[in-house]
Design a binder for this molecule. Structure first.
Ligand code: F6R
Length: 242
């Protein structure tokens, strides 16, 4: 695991965008793994700027979202399909039909989860997966106790995660209890994972997954086993590292 501590989010966005740009220049039909939440926003801003100013080309790329809420009506502004579209994919020239999200509204959710896994495989797997980390150490929505072998499936959010995400909704009551998320086994198959954590509220989770034991209680710790994991931190998120 390679840990890089940078002064701020701007620098994090640039370094992550460098990795994505170099991937796309060598492999224009690369498969990107996208996260939602606040952490990846500087990356999306930087990629959108490079598309605008230098023509960074996403026309052959594919993208897979990590996760989706269950129970939000289609088109809800906080559904992750909408968030990814608004924050990133509508700002570059990736084809909308090449942007894939788990279907949190499917009548048969287990079948939809399997189809999602199948599609990732059919497109050759994820080349570069962007990740954030929850204050409880989750990646995707693999909450504490998730199996390291898990695949895309339905999960319940713990209260801490629902509280953390309540800022995106009008009230805590509106935050869904269930999600569909890629599993830890799915995420581990990405050829490069790039995790971003910023702010003092992430310092404990960062310490746990970077320096603590690999344990299911801290899902992100499984990245210690990944052959190509890059962790980009600002100084506040890195402040509890030894
Ligand atoms: C989002 C996701 C989550 C977030 C995590 C951190 O698709 O999978 O794991 O990355 O909850 O969220 P932020 O970045 O908002 O602190």
């Amino acid at each position: 695991m390679e840990v890089v501590i940078l002064p701020g989010t701007k620098q994090i966005g640039k370094l992550a965008a460098d990795a994505i740009e170099s991937l796309l220049r060598g492999k224009p039909d690369a498969v990107l793994g996208l996260a939602t939440g606040s952490s990846p926003l500087p990356i999306y801003d930087e990629l959108a700027a490079r598309h605008e100013s230098d023509g960074l080309d996403f026309s052959q790329a594919h993208a897979f979202a990590l996760d989706e809420y269950v129970g939000l009506p289609p088109g809800h502004p906080e559904s992750y399909r909408e968030v990814i579209r608004r924050e990133f994919t509508s700002r570059v020239n990736i084809l909308p039909e090449n942007v894939h999200s788990p279907d949190g509204a499917a009548a048969d959710l287990p079948a939809a989860c399997q189809s999602y896994e199948d599609l990732i495989q059919a497109l050759g797997g994820v080349d570069l997966q962007i990740l954030g980390v929850g204050t409880d150490g989750h990646i995707g929505f693999n909450e504490p106790g998730s199996s390291f072998a898990s695949r895309t499936r339905i999960k319940s959010l713990i209260e801490q995660t629902r509280r953390d995400n309540a800022r995106f909704f009008n009230s805590m009551a509106e935050v869904p209890h269930h999600v569909v998320t890629q599993g830890l086994g799915t995420i581990l198959e990405a050829r490069h994972v790039l995790l971003v954590a910023t702010g003092a509220q992430k310092a404990q989770a960062v310490r746990d997954f970077v320096e603590g034991p690999v344990a299911a209680i801290c899902a992100a710790s499984v990245l210690q086993f990944h052959p190509h994991a890059t962790v980009l931190l600002d100084e506040a998120a890195a402040s509890s590292l030894k």
